[in-house]
Design a protein around this ligand. Sequence first.
Ligand code: ZN
Length: 122
Amino acid sequence: MNEFRGMLSNFDIDGIWLDYHHSHASWERAEPAMPDTCFCERCVDQFARETKTELPDLTTPDLAELLLSEYKETWVQWRCDLFTDWVREFRSILDETRPAALLGTYHCPWTDSDYDGALRES
Ligand SMILES: [Zn+2]
């Protein structure tokens, strides 16, 4: 966010793109690679704190399995909210720093039903 703010402050630009804005995936190929991420301690702790979810003390693989089964809807919604909040933050910085500039974002072109709902869940 600091780099984003600095770029808008230091250069006379008309707009900026978020290229690409999605979770880790390689979808521009015949068979998309969409690994489920991220289950690092920082991310899992943030999820637990922000969703007020009490998680058992498990290994990372076991936590990942739990998050993708019992807590899947909460996990997916939290991840979507995280990405949405980043866009809000970028928008806010742009509005404060260079309000006439445009903000664009690239998205995966899939529909909600492509790849069994991967647009939202992967
Ligand atoms: Zn992480």
